[in-house]
Design a binder for this molecule. Structure first.
Ligand code: UDP
Ligand code: MG
Length: 313
């Protein structure tokens, strides 16, 4: 029997964990697959780890992994992904905002040939206006900046195939925006639209500070446009600077401008735009150096067909 893995990063989720375990177990048992539930404790300060270890002692399907301290959602998830063995892997949060029962539909879509089935939210319950607004702002921004199309209104809730996971595990970058990295990998990725529920218990573990860092990781991991921005500003300033210089020269020749003003103004506008432009050029190189340093695979082969002396493979 093939194995299905479920990876659940948990930070202070002691109130939800029991119910999450119950619902995940129920749905996994309907799949007909062997399954493992991999819970990762991301340095929780509440009894999450004790509960998790207990679940692992009483249920052979559970593997509990404890990180040494709080590493953040994306790294906790990465730790779980690196330690699972399934042919298919479900990524889900511990707070039951994403209904585990959708696994059934995800498995079916994957039977039909998808490599990634990602949950796409048609609505969000129990979230503040501020969160919904900043999220849509963020997805608009990343959509504009990134060359990879990262679907909107999606989180990390998804089912992925082993071949996608293996490529993901081959990407050694430290600042991980996992939903973007999976979108970047390609193959057949299909959405599953659903209503996002309110948290089962507790508060969000993503305060504004973590959200901002997450957004910065996402933008910098998927776009070097901010680095190239200086060239654009430099070009714009060059035009303005040229006009200012013409204006200064005319004032100097035909009106009684203060001596020294025209040459100072012209100097400042030229030097300002040249500096910005040079910064932009540095940005181009720095950006390429950065892309290189991420060490992502150069390409991903989906299939090779070859015929060899009559025997086809
Ligand atoms: N999480 C984690 N480490 C953190 C923050 C969050 O492992 O530092 C987990 C958390 O327990 C949950 C998931 O990541 O299972 C998503 O967090 P949360 O539900 O708080 O985010 P939101 O749904 O509010 O965006
Ligand atoms: Mg949540």
């Amino acid at each position: 029997m093939p194995t299905l893995s479920v990876v659940v990063p948990c930070y202070n989720e002691s109130e939800s964990l029991g119910e999450t375990h119950r619902r995940l177990t129920a749905v996994c048992q309907t799949t007909g697959w062997d399954y493992e539930l991999l819970y990762v404790d991301d340095g929780s300060k509440d009894p999450t780890w004790a509960l998790m270890a207990d679940l692992a002692r009483n249920d052979p399907h559970v593997k509990a992994v404890k990180l040494s301290r709080n590493h953040g959602h994306q790294l906790a998830l990465s730790a779980g992904l690196a330690n699972c063995r399934g042919e298919r892997v479900l990524i889900i949060d511990a707070d039951l905002q994403d209904p585990p029962e959708l696994l059934t539909d995800m498995m079916r879509l994957m039977d039909d040939g998808a490599d990634v089935v990602y949950g796409q939210r048609s609505s969000r319950q129990g979230e503040t206006k501020f969160k919904v607004w900043t999220a849509s702002l963020f997805y608009g921004l990343i959509d504009r900046l990134s060359e990879v199309r990262i679907p909107r209104e999606t989180g990390d809730f998804r089912l992925i195939s082993r071949r996608v996971l293996n490529i993901l595990l081959d990407m050694p970058e430290r600042h991980r925006f996992i939903r973007g990295m999976i979108a970047w990998i390609g193959f057949r990725q299909v959405p599953l639209v659903y209503d996002r529920q309110a948290r089962f218990a507790g508060q969000t573990k993503y305060p504004l500070k973590k959200m901002a860092r997450f957004a910065a990781d996402a933008v910098t991991a998927f776009s070097i446009k901010p680095l190239q921005f200086a060239s654009l500003v430099g070009l714009a300033f060059a035009v303005v600077g040229l006009m200012l210089t013409v204006f200064a020269v005319i004032s100097f020749l035909f009106f009684n401008a203060v001596p020294g003003w025209a040459s100072t103004l012209a100097g400042i506008s030229v030097i300002g735009s040249v500096q910005l432009f040079m910064l932009g050029i540095i940005g181009e190189y720095l950006g390429r150096l950065y892309e290189q340093s991420k060490g992502r695979p150069l390409y991903m082969i989906e299939q090779v067909v070859q015929t060899d002396g009559g025997a086809s493979a």
